[in-house]
Design a protein around this ligand. Structure first.
Ligand SMILES: *Cc1c(COP(=O)(O)O)cnc(C)c1O
Length: 414
């Protein structure tokens, strides 16, 4: 099972298991697993990669994995010989069974398992404007673990589960995602609560890293290129880390995949940082208003931190693409018509980056390419499952938060 030492991704300093940051350089904590061989087990979903997940045990009712297949439709449209698609979402015909329809489930399942094993008494606190909230609400409703979600008022209508809601408390936030993050930060620093951790959460990253592991399991090699739409860039960091573990195994090649990460312009802080544009005037565009998919907007992504997005790009000789709404929309249509499944708008941004890379010659037609479709199948889900809408339990704003937050603990359903 996933035994590991926790180390700083920057300087290698050994950290305590509860560390969220390296005291020496602020680097991301990273799990250094005892098992060095890639050895998928006969377990369901992502749990087959349990040796490289920070958990000792697994839950048979959670942990749906991404599905990887070789494309013919989109590959034909783009003239690519070895295009592989990693699909996270609901598409039972291909074996994809994530009922909240995004790869945030890859993160939620191992995070809740890790919490159960290490901090069983704590209540998890998560801030999200959409996909993360749904993934955690669904997984916690299945496992019975308590959860407090801070969700901007304008995103409350995106919250639902496909199972009977469990011990989930929804705090609607008078404000945007940045305010939801602040409120979650205040509550999670109190005794009895625990922050999800974002990019600093090793369970989140190693869960997302299973996208690459599934490809290696099936095709016995690493792809030359990896494409993904990013907001925080955590999925990109995760795939980079997983590829280094595969390199250490020694049997699947020595070259890590080149990361091709895509942001939705103009609300694209990581793209700006990568280009070296210091100016951060995203407010003048009223971001995330008007984005092709606002789940891709994150004001404080882990770019320059040791082990973060910049290190992943440099080490993999990668790049970031700026994709505008028009290109994202047309790429999304191209994917849906050529592959035959609906996808989330965020995934359309990744498809557009691939189209751009083909046109610009950043990839060759016979390179092997892994395209991460990070969410999809929402329309397909509606044919099979009904959804339970989650109601807002209380509204909080930054100004009136202290009273509201003190009463939250009693409000979490028993
Ligand atoms: C969160 C999300 C992303 C971006 O993920 P990162 O954390 O930036 O790697 C992409 N697509 C979908 C559907 C998402 O929910």
């Amino acid at each position: 099972m996933g035994e590991y030492t926790l180390r700083c991704a920057g300087c290698g300093n050994v950290l305590s298991y509860s560390a969220t940051s390296c005291p020496l350089d602020g680097g991301l904590p990273r799990a250094d697993y005892i098992e060095q061989r890639f050895n998928p087990r006969e377990l369901p979903g992502i749990w087959s990669f349990i040796d490289w997940l920070p958990v000792e045990s697994w839950n048979p009712n959670t942990g749906a994995s991404s599905v990887t297949y070789r494309s013919s439709g989109l590959a034909g449209e783009l003239g690519l010989g070895s295009l592989y698609i990693s699909f996270s979402g609901y598409w039972p015909e291909r074996g994809a069974l994530m009922r909240t329809c995004s790869f945030k489930e890859l993160e939620a399942a191992p995070t809740m398992q890790m919490l159960l094993e290490r901090n069983a008494e704590d209540i998890l606190v998560v801030a999200s404007a959409g996909n993360t909230a749904r993934a955690f609400a669904e997984v916690c409703s299945i496992t019975g673990q308590p959860l407090v979600l801070f969700v901007p008022a304008s995103s409350l209508d995106r919250l639902w589960t496909t199972v009977e809601p469990g011990r989930v408390l929804i705090a609607g936030v008078k404000g945007d995602y940045a305010e939801a993050i602040k409120l979650a930060g205040v509550l999670s620093s109190r005794k009895g609560f625990r922050p999800e951790g974002g990019a600093r959460n090793i369970a989140r990253r190693d869960g997302m890293g299973t996208v690459l592991l599934d490809h290696v399991r099936l095709f016995k090699s690493m792809p030359d290129h990896y494409f993904q739409a990013i907001g925080s860039g955590t999925g990109g960091i995760a795939v980079w880390e997983a590829s280094m573990r595969i390199v250490d195994d020694g049997r699947f090649g020595e070259r890590i995949p080149r990361l091709h990460l895509a942001q939705n312009t103009p609300c694209a802080p990581l793209y700006a940082m990568w280009l070296g544009i210091e100016e951060r005037n995203f407010d003048s565009y009223r971001c995330p208003e008007g984005m092709h998919d606002d789940v891709l907007f994150n004001r404080n992504p882990p770019y320059a931190v040791p082990g973060g997005v910049r290190d992943a790009l440099i080490s993999s000789r990668g790049r970031i693409y700026g994709i505008d709404n028009a290109r994202a929309a047309s790429a999304q249509r191209l994917f849906e018509s050529s592959e035959g499944i609906d996808i989330l708008p965020a995934a359309g941004v990744a498809v557009a980056a691939l189209v751009d890379a083909v046109e610009s010659g950043f990839v060759e037609s016979d390179d092997s390419i892994l395209l991460n479709i990070t969410g999809g199948g929402m329309k397909r889900l509606a044919e099979d499952h009904s959804r339970v809408r989650l109601k807002c339990d209380l509204m909080v704003g930054l100004e009136d938060s202290s009273d509201a937050l003190s009463s939250i603990e009693e409000m979490v359903p028993a």
